[in-house]
Design a protein around this ligand. Structure first.
Ligand SMILES: Nc1ncnc2c1ncn2[C@@H]1O[C@H](COP(=O)(O)OP(=O)(O)OP(=O)(O)O)[C@@H](O)[C@H]1O
Ligand SMILES: [Mg+2]
Length: 221
């Protein structure tokens, strides 16, 4: 379980102070499929990045299965690295590498042994339905296929918590449904998915809908 307690993120400029997150408390249970919505600038990306550890909150603490950010720095870092997978809207695939090499990358960084690497990479590419495109380069893939590569890359290291920031933002309806279908499969396998979306149709597919306004959670159903 991930628990945010009174988390705020404040940006101070010479003119004003912006609370990208304003006293947010939230419990994320294992195996939930959560979507986060809200107007542009309300703090959705900040919330995901704070959970992922890419942004440090100005106030409050986060607990990951009991590990506390302020106390267990090393363990929290390890937890995030090993258990979280991140998918961004622009998926940030490397265009000079084919599908296989893109998915392989996180394992190479972890110095995974070659045979194990191959097995995991092929397994995930199959799971997202791209075994025919294993040697293709990203610019030869549709937006939805590229996003599925990003899912495989986020998951290949064994993550069980997936943070997805508008993973369907640049996709047409069919591709968006296929990507969310993949995320739903992950939930079925017991993984936790937190997804930012603007798409009202996709909200229906989630277990829980968190709506944000001006750095606060205004509804959670
Ligand atoms: N590095 C930064 N410095 C100053 N202000 C920032 C910074 N990052 C974000 N903000 C501000 O924090 C607020 C929340 O930003 P955030 O990116 O979380 O919004 P969002 O809900 O993801 O919006 P969108 O739907 O457009 O992606 C915005 O007002 C934004 O301008
Ligand atoms: Mg955003």
């Amino acid at each position: 379980m991930i628990e945010l307690n009174n988390v705020s993120k404040k940006y101070v400029s010479y003119r004003d102070v912006i609370y990208a997150l304003n006293n947010v408390s939230l419990k994320v249970n294992d195996g939930e499929f959560i979507c986060i919505t809200g107007e542009s600038g309300c703090g959705k990306t900040t919330l995901l990045n704070v959970i992922a550890g890419m942004i440090t909150p100005t106030e409050g603490e986060i607990r990951y299965d009991g590990l506390i950010t302020s106390r267990d720095k090393k363990e929290v870092q390890k937890y995030r690295r090993e258990r979280m997978g991140i998918i961004l809207q622009d998926h940030s695939l490397l265009y000079d590498r084919n599908v296989y090499s893109n998915v392989e990358l996180p394992l190479l960084l972890k110095k995974t042994e070659k045979e194990e690497c191959k097995e995991k990479v092929c397994d995930w590419i199959k799971r997202v339905g791209l075994e025919d495109k294993m040697r293709s380069y990203p610019d030869r893939l549709s937006g939805g296929e590229q996003q599925r590569v990003a899912i495989a890359r986020a998951m290949v290291g064994g993550a069980d918590i997936v943070l997805a920031d508008e993973p369907t933002g640049s996709l047409d309806e069919d591709n968006a449904l296929s990507v969310v279908g993949q995320l739903k499969d992950l939930v079925r396998d017991g993984k936790t998915v937190i997804m930012v979306t603007h798409d009202l149709d996709l909200i229906e597919m989630c277990d829980r809908h968190i709506r944000m306004e001006k750095g606060k959670i205004v509804s959670d159903i």
